[in-house]
Design a protein around this ligand. Structure first.
Ligand code: GLU
Length: 524
């Protein structure tokens, strides 16, 4: 019988193993469980740390998973449950199964098991090895031997569990809320291990006991767990527990079709939530993007395209398992970057500033961010105003190759783009350099060095000479940024400030003007 709460409310859980940081796949699982619970009246979303692997689990990793969930805005109900604190519950379940002869001690050493596997392979090459209790097994002797302290594991007695069922389908058919009915072959299970030799219980035993203890009604997890579900159904039958609904979520693939995995991280590709945070992705953008890894709102935009951009409220209003697909989901990083850029540009300026400041406080380990932070209130406001529509990410503002680099490099640190120099400074009669010589005193003596005053002064200069604005603005841009594209001229110069602008004009006139002078002399 599938589990339903008395009040019909949905209870979901996210059950990460704190053996690594929260990665995109885990976050997607958390998000779907959260969305299902939060989209239902009275729904609850619970957390469980599956830290039974004592050697690999770390408290700091559990903490970082919680921090990343908070950052994504995935709030949970109650306190997280730690499996390491629940040993007595698992032992009780094991004792119950042993007493009913639904589980039993097995004494093979790892070496003996290897030999059994080898024999099975010889018998049917390619076929798997299944462990089943021999028919002539002496229960009393085995229990006594275990009691006396002989090393052993505890295995499920599958044949006995199947004998309890009306039909084997009860165990071997998974009624999946996303995939439909998935049938497993009757040889898909054997007498799998419930308790290891060291007394620790396996994932399968713990997950079934805990899903019941936490009153979980819906288990949403990655498709890699689908083959585990018959095991869990067998244990639910053995322990006489109600069965939650299962929904297995699509596999997440890289654009080249390979399965996205933690190993991608070794190639320098962002996989962990922390990687995306560091890259300067907004949390609501990542949430939107993760939601699309399997879910689609099924709405069309006026131009006929699928609606893909939505916020948390929209997701909660519309989320349902019926809208989760079966096919593999593509992790399209260019789509994430485009979402992020658009969302950054659309933020109210105060929110943009808040997001950026938070990002700097966490990741500003280099002098660049510190410099941007030190700019002073007025210039920083201009810097943010100019950079917001030009930034692909929060990190872009202080990136060495980003649109804000011109403001963070020192007078002599930036390089001149050769093409821009020859087009805007060397060519023409009078040349851009000559215009710069005239503009320098005008800008150096400007009483107010704000964007409007600068624009007005440069416009007046051009008007007086009957030339287009570009003839002055482009040489100035190249002189102070090194290249021909930057935010609007007035704001670009105001961000630098009057002293720095003048210093950069002097550098340009000396370096490029000087080179030109000597080149002319050489050719004369
Ligand atoms: N600890 C398991 C994992 O991280 C949880 C699997 C489940 O949801 O049952 O994959």
């Amino acid at each position: 019988m599938p589990r339903a709460n008395a009040n019909g409310a949905v209870v979901t859980r996210f059950a990460p193993s704190p053996t690594g940081h929260l990665h995109a796949g885990g976050a997607r699982t958390a998000l779907f469980n959260w969305a299902l619970a939060r989209s239902q009246p009275g729904g609850r979303f619970l957390l469980r740390m599956e830290d039974t692997d004592r050697a690999r689990s770390q408290a700091a990793l559990a903490e970082s998973i919680l921090a990343d969930l908070r950052w994504l805005g995935l709030d949970w109900d109650g306190e997280p449950v730690f499996q390491s604190a629940r040993t007595p519950h698992y032992q009780r379940a094991i004792a119950e199964l042993l007493a009913a002869d639904l589980a039993y001690p097995a004494f093979e050493t790892p070496g003996e098991l290897d030999a059994m596997r080898g024999k099975a392979r010889e018998h049917s090459p390619g076929g798997g090895f299944s462990y089943h209790r021999p028919p002539n097994w002496d229960r009393a002797a085995a229990l006594a031997k275990a009691e006396a302290g002989a090393p052993h594991v505890i295995r499920l007695h599958l044949a006995a569990v199947l004998a309890l069922c009306g039909a084997e389908r009860e165990i071997f058919a998974v009624e999946d809320q996303v995939l439909g009915t998935v049938e497993f072959a009757a040889d898909a299970l054997d007498d799998f291990v419930l308790q290891r030799q060291d007394g620790g219980v396996t994932y399968h035993l713990a997950v079934v006991v805990d899903d019941d203890a936490q009153g979980v009604t819906h288990v949403l997890r990655g498709q890699e767990h689908l083959a585990n579900t018959p095991r869990h159904q067998a244990l639910q039958r053995a322990l006489n527990l109600p069965r939650p609904h299962y929904a297995h979520l699509p596999v997440i693939q890289n654009p080249d079709g390979s399965k996205m995995s933690k190993r991608d991280r070794e190639k320098g590709i962002a996989v962990d939530i922390e990687d995306f945070r560091r890259q300067g992705v907004l949390p609501e953008v990542l949430l939107n993007f993760l939601a699309l890894l399997g879910y689609s709102p099924g709405e069309k935009l006026p131009d006929g395209r699928d609606l893909e951009r939505f916020n948390r409220e929209h997701l909660l209003r519309h989320f349902s398992l019926a809208r989760v697909g079966r096919g593999n989901a593509r992790f399209d990083r260019s789509k994430l970057a485009a979402f992020n850029q658009d969302s950054i540009a659309a933020l109210p300026p105060a929110e943009f500033k808040a997001h950026w400041t938070t990002w700097c406080n966490r990741y500003a380990e280099d002098a660049w961010s510190a410099q941007a932070q030190k700019m002073g209130e007025a210039r920083r406001a201009l810097f943010l105003q100019a950079l917001q529509p030009r930034s692909k990410s929060l990190a872009d503002l202080t990136a060495l190759d980003g649109p804000g680099a011109f403001a963070l490099l020192k007078t002599h640190e930036f390089a001149y783009d050769e093409k821009a120099v020859s087009k805007w400074l060397r060519r023409g009669e009078p040349s851009g350099l000559e215009r710069l010589r005239e503009l320098r005193p005008l800008l150096a003596e400007l009483a107010h060095f704000d964007p409007e005053s600068i624009e007005a002064a440069v416009a007046g200069f051009c008007e007086a000479r009957g030339i287009g604005l570009g003839k002055a603005a482009q040489p100035l841009r190249v002189a102070v940024t090194g290249g021909a594209s930057s935010p609007p001229l007035g704001i670009t110069l105001a961000i630098l400030g009057q002293t720095e602008t003048t210093a950069r004009l002097d550098r340009c006139l000396a370096e490029i003007g000087g080179a030109q002078n000597s080149a002319r002399k050489d050719s004369a």
